[in-house]
Design a protein around this ligand. Sequence first.
Ligand code: PEP
Ligand code: MG
Length: 933
Amino acid sequence: MADSGTRTYKAAKRYIYAWGGGKAEGNGNMKDLLGGKGAGLAEMTNAGLPTPPGFTITTEACNDYFAAGKTLPAGLWDDVLAAVRVVERETGKGFGDPKNPLLVSVRSGAKFSMPGMMDTVLNLGLNEATLQGLIASTGNERFGWDAYRRFIAMFGRIVLDVPTRSTKAKDGTLVQHNRFDEALDAAKEKHGKDAKDTDLNVDDLKKLVVAYKKIVKTTIGRDFPDDPNEQLDLAIKAVFASWFGKRANDYRNTQKIAHDLGTAVNVVTMVFGNMGDDSGTGVAFTRDPNTGEKALYGEYLTNAQGEDVVAGVRTAPKIAQLATDMPRVYAEFKKIADKLEKHYKDVQDLEFTIERGRLYMLQTRSAKRTAAAAVKIAVDMVHEKLITVDEALARIEPAQVDQLLRPTFDPAAIRTATRMARGLNASPGAAVGRAVFHADVAAAWAAKKEKVILIREETSPDDFHGMAVAQGILTAKGGATSHAAVVARQIGKPCVAGCSELEISYSSKTVTAGGVTVKEGGWVSLDGTTGEVFVGALPTVEAKYEDQKDLQTLLAMADKVRRLQIWTNADKPEEAAQARAWGAQGIGLCRTEHMFREGPRLEIVRAAILVANVATRAKAKTAARQALTAEEKKAVKTFDAKMAKLEEMQQGDFEGILAAMTGLPVVIRLIDPPLHEFLPNLEDQLVKVTKAGAKATPKDKELLATIKSMHEQNPMLGLRGCRLGLMIPDFVKIQTRAILNAAVAVKKAGKDPRPEIMIPLVGHVNELIATQTLLEAEAAAVVAKGGVKIDYKFGTMIEIPRACWVADDIAKHAQFFSFGTNDLTQMTFGYSRDDAEGGFLLKYVEDKILPYNPFQSLDPVIVQEMDMAVKLGRKTRPDLKVGICGEHGGDPMSIGFCHDIGLNYVSCSPFRVPVARLAAAQAALKGAAERDK
Ligand code: PEP
Ligand code: MG
C-alpha cells in the first residue's frame, strides 16, 4: 500500500491514516488520534490478520471541523479522495464504478469505547448504477437490492435526518414511528403476520427502495443523493455530528469522558455477511464477559449484516455453532482470537464477517465485562502468566469489588415468589423497582427518588439516560451482545434481556407474561444472574464474600502489595467479626454512644442526663467538703445508680468486641455527641406539655426544662466530644472503666485484647491533658485490681483544624492519632455535615463550583492539613501511629491520599473493607510507579 513515506497531503495536518494489504500507517498505540476502532484495525493489519482495507480520519480532524464552524479543514476532502484511491487500488474496485463498485462503511470510533452511542453508515457508494455492478459481481440480485434498501434507510435516518412520524396514544403521550421500519413492516405483512425480512423477494425489495426514496423526498424535500462522493462527504460530517448527539453527550457525562476528545471516522471496505449461507457475521468475546470463563463467547448469524446481530432482529445462535457450520472458518477465527488476546493481554471483544467463506476481522477492543468476570479474568491471567500481579490489581476498579458484594435475592423468598418469565442473564445482580416502559419516564420517576425497572422491547442508545437511572433493565428481544446487555454490564446494572415471553404494550403501559400483567408503577424484581423475572418487590440478601474465591485470591494479592493497613468502623461484635472475616486488621472506630440508644439503655441514659448537672455539681461540693441539699443527695444517688447500670452494660459490649478482635487493636472512642441527642426533641416535648396544659405531668415538665437548658444553637460546635467529658466526668470515667474491665475479663478468658482509648474533638492540648489525667487514674486502678497485664493506649482524634496546627504538642500526650475527617471537613469548609448535602452542596457539585462532594472524597486542602498534622506529630513522636476513621476511609481516591501522606491505616465500614484493600494496593502501585519515573 502507499504509505506515509510516499503519500502527500493537501491539508495542513496529517488527518488520514490508511491500512490494507497487510500494512497500516497507524498502530495500536494511536488511540488518541485514531480512536479505539481505527487503532485496533491498524494493529490487526500490522499483525497480519485479515482486515478489509480502509482509512481513518483522525479525531483531530473532528475537533478542527467543529472549531471551523462545521467546515472540513482545507485540503481534507482532497486527502479523503486520495485515500479512497488507495483503497481502490488495494481492493481492485472503484468507488462509484458501475461495473465493479467499491462500497464502504463509514464508522465512528472514539478513544474510549462508547458502544452504539454514535453513528455508522453501511453500504455507502450504492446507487442505481453501482447496484447493477454489485448484482453482476455477486450474481445475487436479491442480495443487491437488500443492501440498497438497507443503505437508503440507514443513510436516510442517520445522515439526512429523516424525521420520525409521531402519533398520539390513547393517554395523550406521543409515540414515535420510524418511517422506514413502517414501510418494511408493511412489505413483510404481505407475506403473513410473522414474516421475516428474509421473506422479502426481489420485487418486494425494489418496491421498498421506491417507497424509501419517496419518504426521503416528501420529508426532507430533496432526492436521495446518488453521487458516492456526496454520500461520503455527508456521512463523514454526520459521524462527526454524532459526537455531540444527545446519546453520546449523556453517555460521556455518566462515564466521565471528556467532551473535547472528538471522534475519528473510519471508512472501511464493505464485506458482506449476507451473501448466502457461506456468509455470516458475528460478535464474540475471547472469554465469557459475564462469568470470565475461558471460552469463546458470542453469537453469529449466517446470511446477515452486523447490525442484525446487535439489534437482536433475529435471535442468533451461539458462536460454537460456527464450528459445525463452517469448521475451517471457526478454526481460523479461534486462532485469531487467541492471538489477539495474547497480543493485547486482555479479553477482546471482536466483530467479524465471513464473506463467501472468507473471514474478515472488523474490530477488536478490550471487552466490557461484569465485575465477577473482571476479577476472574485478572486472576486467571496471572495464573496463565499472561499478566503480572501488579497489572491484575491495576485492572480492577474498586467499584467492581463493591458490586460483587451487592445484594442478591433471598432464596427463601424466591421459592414462593411468582415468576413471570425467564430471559437471558445478561448482567448480574438483583434489581427491584417499579415497572416503567420509557426511558424518559424512568428518568422522571428516578428524579422523584422512585426505584424503577426499565422494560423495553429492546433498548437503543436513545434509552441510555433511562438505563443509567434504573435499578435494572428488562428487554423482550436481543441477546448477550444486544445493546441492553452490553450497556447494562458496563454501567453495572442488572439486566435480563431477550425475554421473549414478555408481551409489552407501550400504549397501555403494561407487560404480560406467565398469566400476569404488571402495569406501569407495579413492582417487579429481576435477577440478572439467573435471568428470572418476578412479580412484586422481593427481599434481597447481602452478597457473600466467603463464596467468592477469585475475589479472595485477588485481594490476597492486594494484601501483599499494599502498605496501608485496613481497619474497620464497627460498634458491635457481629460487625467486628464480619469485617475481620473480610480482612480488617483492627477496629479504627467504635462509637460507644451508638450503644446508648439500644433497647432499655436509652431510658437509663435519659434518667442519668436529667440529673447529670445537679449530680456533677454536688460531687464537686462533696470534694470541696461542702454539705449537700436533700435534692442534691437524691440526684447523686440516681445518677450513680444509672451510671453503674450503664457501665455494666457497656462492659458487656466491649467484651464482645475485644473478644471478636482478639490479637488486633480496637480503638474505642469515648462519648462524642451532645447529650441532648439522647433526649426527646425540644419541639415535640414543648407541644406535648403545652397540649396537656394544666394536666402536664411534673416529669414531662421537668424533661422540657432539661431539654431547654441543654439546647444549643450550634450543637455540632457545642458541648460534645472531650468537652462533655470535662464537664460531666462520670460519663467518660465509666466508659474507661468498662473498657478496661472488659479487657481484663477477655484476657482472663484466654484471649488477647488490645484496647486503645480515643478522646474525641480535641482542639487544644490542655483538653487532652485534662481528660487523660482524669482517665489514667481510673485506668490504672482497674488494671491494678484486675491483676493481669493489659496493653492499652490513649490517643486522640484529630478532627478540628486547630489540632492539626498543634499536632506536635498533642503528640506529646497522645500515643496515636486518628483523623475524623467528617468533622475536619465540616470545620475546614464551614459546611454543616448534617445539612449541606441536603441543601446547597450537591448543587455546588452539579454547577462545578466544587469538583466533587468533599464529604465523600477528601478535599486536597484537608489532605494538606492532615499531612501537616502527621509531620508535626511524628516530629515529636517518630513512631506515632496515625489512621483515619472518617467516612473517607472507605473511598478509593481518599485512600490514595492517605497512602501518600504516610498514614498507617484507613478505617472504614465493614462492607467497604474489601474495596479498601484493593484501593490501598493500587495506591501503593501508583506510588511505586511515580517513584520509578
Ligand atoms: C469524624 O468526625 O470523621 C468521625 C469519625 O467522627 P464522627 O463522624 O462520629 O463525628
Ligand atoms: Mg467527629
